[in-house]
Design a protein around this ligand. Structure first.
Ligand code: G6Q
Length: 550
């Protein structure tokens, strides 16, 4: 099927006309005219209930959005992804994170190779290794079992593991300590290991390319620290494992490739938490817990692959995101998990969404004539309510929210959970319906305060609710966001799987490093601002160390 440029699609033109009718309408009025919409504009799959009725949409909007999805070739492109076609055009690669969670009896032949068999071979090796570490069979250099696991990685090789560890901490082995080092700022590494006993510490060096400067710098420091503590270079063998696609570089670093867990170039970094990059997750929650996580991912993949668009959670969320971004022009989305275990989910989703859809050209390389990926950000509720929600309620910028909650707490304690959950419902209600001048006056609010207390409302939210946070549900939740990102990227016609925008900064930093390290003042061939900054940095560096610092 030929897909026309976005703004020439019939559904897009129809949505533009439709938007003009919807834009002036308030959710108060929309709900008054359609009192049962809360029972209709919802969908449920794989233990996740989505209420999208508090978006500024009608049935007609949803019908047109689904038409736009169809006209954008979403089904065909989805099937291309699942077949392993090279939909990452600028890197000429398949995009097959869905293969990472296919069951053992499935098979997917890509370029003559059964990738599902490859995936399960690595899962089996991870399982054997995790079992040895968790049972104490795997011994450190001095014969002691491992009690500390430090994952060293950055970006996609860090955010997934750290988010999953925090999210599933309830299910994790409490006698194992987990740390995650990503920043090349030495403070990250130094603080992570300062109270660890090297004899009981395992480092997982997670890097798809094994060429990332931050990770290699941290890995070298970890190596020196371990050798320094244990006094023997051969200790590296029992205390370092690698997760990578690059065996040659792993070997060059000095890690035996027998202790390397492989993945493949068809797994994007930000889509890799369920590959061998999840080794720390498996060590924390065990192979069975990891299998449940994968099953949750797979169940949502199947839902995305087979459910009709109008009941398809990722399609619904993705198309609503397009509606809010391109028609209303809302430039950010707040993700607010009302579950403290999901505190790193916003950071994880930031990368997933913004690195995927922060693009300015189409797959063919022409500049887009519409807005693409919004800014994602967030904090766990209810904490955010006591800080930045003020702007969300009364500021001049409208921020659609995804509110994520569970009906049951993993740590039931008194009234805590109902208090927490009441806030989800209350926030969505307040954002949609607000408080009018009239209502405030009727309540007897003093005149001086009325204008300040007015809450305009008409601010959209999605509420996503599950029963209780489990490894399986986490898998389904992440898969939901992955496919929502895919849906948006497909409509926008962009490559959601490359990330060229992060390259230039790396190249320039590599040129600047020697200029910061040079013993005598180097010739600086930069713009005047960069030159002055480097000179000032060098001057400050030379100053006498203040008392107490070192
Ligand atoms: C993710 C990006 C990026 C990547 C890091 C780490 O999609 O590609 O965040 O994960 O740059 O790369 P390595 O795993 O190769 O060290």
């Amino acid at each position: 099927m030929t897909v026309r440029p976005l703004r020439q699609r019939a559904a897009w033109t129809a949505l533009e006309a439709h938007y003009a009718q919807i834009a002036p309408r308030h959710l108060r009025e929309i709900f008054a005219q359609d009192p049962h919409r809360g029972e209709r504009l919802r969908a449920e799959a794989e233990g996740l209930y989505l209420d999208y009725s508090k978006n500024r949409v009608t049935d007609e909007t949803m019908r047109l959005l689904m038409e736009l999805a169809t006209e954008s070739g979403l089904a065909a492109r989805r099937d291309q992804m699942f077949r392993g076609e090279h939909i990452n055009v600028s890197e000429d690669r398949a995009v097959l994170h869905v293969a990472l969670r296919m069951p053992r009896d499935a098979s997917l032949i890509v370029d003559g190779i059964d990738v599902v068999a490859q995936v399960h071979a690595v899962l089996d090796r991870m399982t054997a290794f995790a079992t040895r570490v968790r049972s104490g069979q795997w011994r450190g250099h001095t014969g002691r079992p491992i009690t500390n696991v430090v994952n060293i990685g950055i970006g996609g090789s860090d955010l997934g593991p750290v988010m999953a560890y925090e999210a599933l901490r309830f299910y994790s082995r409490r006698d194992l300590t987990f740390r995650f080092v990503s920043n090349v700022d030495a403070s990250d590494f130094v603080e992570a290991v300062r109270d660890l006993d090297a004899a009981e510490t395992l480092f997982i060096i997670s890097s798809k390319t094994f060429g990332t400067l931050e990770t290699l710098t941290n890995a070298h420091s970890a190596r020196s620290w371990l050798i320094g503590q244990l006094g023997d270079e051969s200790a590296v063998a029992q205390h370092f494992v690698a997760v990578s696609t690059n065996a040659a570089k792993v070997a060059a670093f000095g890690i035996d490739t027998a202790n390397m867990f492989e993945f493949w170039d068809w797994v994007g970094g930000r889509y890799s938490m369920d590959s061998a990059i999840g080794l720390s997750t498996m060590l924390a929650i065990g192979p069975e817990g990891f299998a449940e996580l994968l099953a949750g991912f797979h169940a949502m993949d199947e839902h995305f692959r087979t459910a009709p668009f109008a009941q398809n959670l990722p399609v619904l969320m993705g198309m609503l995101a397009v509606w809010n971004r391109d028609f209303f022009g809302f430039s950010t989305v707040g993700v607010m998990p009302y579950d403290n275990y999901l505190k790193r989910l916003p950071a994880y989703l930031q990368q997933l969404t913004m690195e995927s859809n922060g693009k300015h050209v189409t797959l063919e390389g022409t500049t887009v004539a519409y807005q693409t990926g919004p800014i994602y950000w967030g904090e766990p509720g209810t904490n955010g309510q006591h800080s930045f929600y003020q702007l969300i309620h009364q500021g001049t910028t409208i921020v659609p929210l995804d509110l994520i909650c569970f009906a049951k707490s993993l740590n039931p304690l008194g009234e805590h959970h109902d208090i927490l959950s009441s806030n989800v419902f209350a926030q969505a209600q307040a954002l949609a319906f607000g408080r009018s001048e009239e209502e405030l006056r009727d309540e007897g609010v003093p005149e001086l305060e009325v204008a300040h207390r007015v809450m305009e409302g008409n601010r959209p939210t999605n509420v996503l609710m599950g029963e209780v946070l489990t490894p399986r549900l986490l898998g389904s939740l992440i898969s939901l966001y992955e496919h929502s990102v895919f849906t948006q990227g497909t409509v926008w016609g962009i490559d959601s799987y490359d990330q060229w925008g992060v390259e230039l900064g790396k190249v320039l930093a590599a040129e600047i490093i020697p200029e910061l390290e040079a013993p005598s003042d180097p010739v600086l061939a930069h713009d005047s601002s960069t030159k002055a900054l480097i000179e000032h940095y060098r001057a400050l560096k030379k100053k006498e160390v203040p008392h107490g610092a070192h």
